[in-house]
Ligand binder design. Structure first.
Ligand code: PLP
Ligand code: TYF
Length: 398
């Protein structure tokens, strides 16, 4: 039965990890995958997480099944992060929140539910977007198209193009929006532009699906929720996927959530019952550990403060790496202006490096980046940044 099975293509980003692991050069650097490393090049275990885990380990709780939608303490904490603590939406009962297996799981549960709700809709993702967005929505059965987003000339957002694309989308289309820290470009909308996107979604009858994978990595917890808050204030109905992989450094625990803003508490009850059906026929109910840790941290004033400080530390370190890279490229005699790297937000930068330059970084220096020129700034540190700057300088100077 497997004789005719074809080899599927590798995930372009996760595939880089395998090539990097096989590279024997000591000076190798992996700027490919979007993971936060500390200044020692290690994935941090946050002190707030360690503290919550220790308490759980000591309590040794039993391991029964969880509710299909995950625990209320977790889902409530997610709503407070997204919509604001004790905000109107977080207290209204009109938002459905279910725990999910990372941001990816949240997108998948949302996509599967949307397919049942709106079987004939199209999905629009940014050009470019996170590789998995297209695959996820296609696998849920939707046709997926692009809306204009990145402007290579300014290395920012082509907002006029984006707006024109959204205005041309058929009513009822699902629009996947990066809530902050756009992956892969690092180019985000301004607050005023978000208001315009909200207005287009309203006037065109579009269904926004905000992907929040990096809350806290640009300016802070509340500042990075600007898009969510703009949609909240609009009275529109929308979807949000949350990921805590990066913000809690809990990648492999698979902690995320799907939130759906409905029109009323009564509507939310009916929507929840349908989303639970999607979950039940998929993985039945979420695992316990990761969500319990995140809930414990978010619901304890002391641990929450600790986490916010640690998150700020990650954010500040990435920013310092952005500034330092730009300075060092200049010091290496690179004539091209790289100051856009400082303006881009979150973990990534679309550097403008060509496919050939990325290939040269790999072959000549053991520095791995995505072939699109995306690099992860959070993989730079005080020890490797000089080497990386020299290498980039060499490949751009030709
Ligand atoms: N959405 C975006 C934009 C991402 O960059 C990521 C990164 O992993 C995800 C979703 C998925 O998050 P998770 O690892 O929690 O599934
Ligand atoms: O874009 C990234 O690098 C992260 C990690 O299929 C990632 O979002 C990449 C690809 C993928 C899952 C996670």
């Amino acid at each position: 039965i497997f004789a005719a099975v074809e080899m599927a293509p590798r995930d372009p980003i996760l595939g880089l990890n395998e090539a990097f692991a096989a590279d024997t050069r000591a000076e190798k650097v992996n700027l490919g995958v979007g993971v936060y490393y500390d200044d020692n090049g290690k994935i941090p275990l946050l002190a707030a997480v360690r503290s919550a885990e220790k308490a759980r380990l000591e309590a040794m709780p039993p391991r029964g099944y969880q509710p299909i939608e995950g625990p209320a303490a977790y889902n409530g904490a997610v709503q407070n992060l997204l919509f604001g603590k004790d905000s109107a939406l977080a207290t209204s009962g009109q938002v459905v929140t279910v725990e999910a297996l990372g941001g990816t799981g949240a997108l998948k549960v949302g996509a599967d539910y949307l397919k049942r709700l709106l079987p004939n809709a199209s999905v629009y993702i940014s050009d470019p977007s996170w590789e998995n967005h297209r695959a996820l929505f296609e696998s849920a059965g939707f046709p997926v198209q692009n809306y204009a987003y990145y402007d290579a000339a300014t290395r920012g957002v082509n907002f006029a193009g984006m707006k024109a694309s959204l205005e041309a989308a058929p009513a009822g289309s699902i629009i996947v929006l990066h809530a902050c820290c756009h992956n892969p470009t690092g180019a985000d909308l301004s607050d005023a532009q978000w208001d315009e996107v909200v207005a287009v979604c309203r006037s065109r009858g579009l269904i926004p699906f905000l992907d929040m994978a990096y809350q806290g990595f640009a300016d802070g917890i509340d500042a990075d929720a600007v898009a969510v808050r703009a949609f909240s204030a609009s009275g529109l109905q929308f979807f949000v996927s949350s990921s805590f992989s990066k913000s809690f450094s809990l990648y492999g625990e698979r902690v995320g959530a799907l939130s759906i803003v409905t029109a009323s508490k009564e509507e939310a009850g009916r929507v929840l019952s349908q989303v639970k059906r999607v979950i039940r026929t998929n993985y039945s109910n979420p695992p316990i550990h990761g969500g319990a840790i995140v809930a414990a941290v978010l619901n304890s004033p002391e641990l929450r403060q600790m986490w916010e400080d640690e998150l700020a530390g990650m954010r500040d370190r990435i920013r310092a790496m952005r500034t330092s890279l730009v300075e060092q490229l200049k010091a290496e005699g690179v004539a091209q202006d790289f100051s856009f790297v400082i303006k881009q937000r979150g973990m990534f930068s679309y550097t403008g490096l060509t496919v050939d330059q990325v290939e040269k970084l790999k072959s000549d220096f053991g520095i791995y980046a995505v072939s699109t020129g995306r690099i992860c700034l959070a993989a730079l540190n005080s020890k490797n940044i000089g080497y990386v700057a020299k290498a980039i300088a060499q490949v751009v100077k030709g």
